[in-house]
Ligand binder design. Structure first.
Ligand code: PLP
Length: 381
């Protein structure tokens, strides 16, 4: 997937002149820079980018250009990527389960911040990571509603375990911190409030003054027409509750957004391969391609349909069954997809807000997944 060298004015200009047969993701650097600046000026602490959401080099380079100086990495590959593209950036290795060789890799690359949610993994860190100047954050979980996806199902210690872990971290001479991740696509700021209050309880019970509180990612991007992200309200809630909960022991804050930073920088154009017997719509992209995540967290309803000539279809919108290109029957977009009645073979279906968990999860199953990336000045069709 190479990035084209030409810069187009908008997606429509490209689609009507190039008539691409494969799916295309349109990247607008201006959109990344704008949202990065919104975080850098609005979030009351250090902004790190969750690399896993979109590790494209053009993403990382634009974030560095906008002033982002911290990155949340989950693997040696991501650590090496950031060391190459942003040599002086802070790297937080916040995947709480790592093999010994992965830990050694991070230590050799001078990674100074790790998260942990279990006694066994903390013992490995204590054995392999020098304590001087190094932070270990204890990750805890809460059963919180409000996210599109339950992250607590895999990671995060219960309160009792978190208290014990925090005591051990401090006693072993590391910089003690706490972290959580409220889920993804959290549209309710109160998800963070509940976690921050619980973090203060854990610190108090452990008798440890924490250096930093990492409030995770989970900030939403614009997936549903009627639900625009309220980032400023969320930042204000985090700031207020951190002071209420910790008082004079308030730690420095860190966040690690992925989706909110990269999501709205990309627009997908999938092409209609067929409208089978006038009913089912078959696209050239689907659940094994860049639309993988729709199967987990639901449809993006910011959809526009363009004719091959770039004109917007204006027919009445109804729900349709919509399939991807592979022969697997799982390859169906969730629910009924809102599409205009006059949609036809050869049309382009435009999904806005497609930068997160799309390029990275695209597979080559059945020989599909040839995804082009095109740079545009702006995404307005
Ligand atoms: C995935 C992940 C993130 C980023 O989540 P978004 O919902 O994309 O913001 C941040 N922190 C951790 C620990 C994660 O696993």
């Amino acid at each position: 997937m190479g990035l084209s060298k030409t810069i187009w004015t908008n997606p429509t200009e490209f689609l009507k002149t190039q008539s691409p047969e494969n799916p295309v993701l349109f990247f607008a650097p201006s959109a990344v820079q704008a949202v990065a600046r919104k975080f850098l000026t609005g979030f009351p602490g250090l902004v790190t980018y969750a690399v896993k959401s979109n590790p494209g080099e053009e993403m990382i380079e634009n974030l560095v250009a906008a002033g982002v100086r911290g990155f949340d990495c989950a693997s040696p590959f991501e650590i090496d990527l950031i060391r190459r593209l942003a040599p002086d950036a802070a790297i937080h290795y916040n995947n709480p389960v790592r093999s010994r060789s992965e830990i050694a890799h991070a230590v050799a690359r001078d990674v100074k911040s790790y998260s942990v949610d279990s006694h066994s993994e903390l013992a490995k860190l204590i054995e392999l990571v020098p304590a001087a100047g190094c932070e270990i954050s204890v990750r805890f979980k809460l059963p919180v509603a409000g996210a599109a996806y339950n992250f607590g199902a895999k990671f995060g210690a219960t309160e009792d375990v978190a208290v014990e872990l925090l005591k051990t971290v401090a006693a072993a001479g590391y910089i003690p911190s706490i972290t959580f991740h409220p889920g993804t696509q959290c549209t309710d700021p109160n998800a963070w409030a509940a976690y921050i209050r619980e973090a203060a309880v854990i610190a108090r019970k452990a008798g440890v003054k924490i250096a930093r509180l990492n409030v995770g990612g989970g900030f939403p991007n614009h997936r549903a027409v009627g639900v625009a992200p309220q980032l400023d309200e969320t930042f204000a809630t985090i700031d207020r509750v951190a002071t209420e909960a910790f008082g004079t022991d308030r730690p420095a804050l860190v966040c690690e957004p992925g989706r909110a930073v990269c999501g709205d920088a990309f627009t997908l154009a999938a092409r209609v391969k067929a409208v089978r017997d006038g009913i089912h719509v078959f696209l050239n992209d689907g659940l094994y391609g860049s639309l993988f995540e729709l199967g987990q967290i639901g449809i993006i309803d910011r959809i526009t349909v363009l004719t091959p000539q770039g004109e917007q279809r204006k027919g009445a919108v109804h729900g349709r069954v919509c399939f991807g290109p592979t022969c697997d029957s799982v390859d169906r977009l969730p629910g009924d997809v809102p599409l205009p009645d006059d949609i036809a073979e050869g049309d382009f279906v435009i999904f806005e807000g497609m930068g997160a968990y799309s390029t990275v999860t695209n597979s080559r199953f059945n020989g599909f997944g040839e995804l082009a990336m095109v740079t545009v000045l702006g995404q307005k069709l």
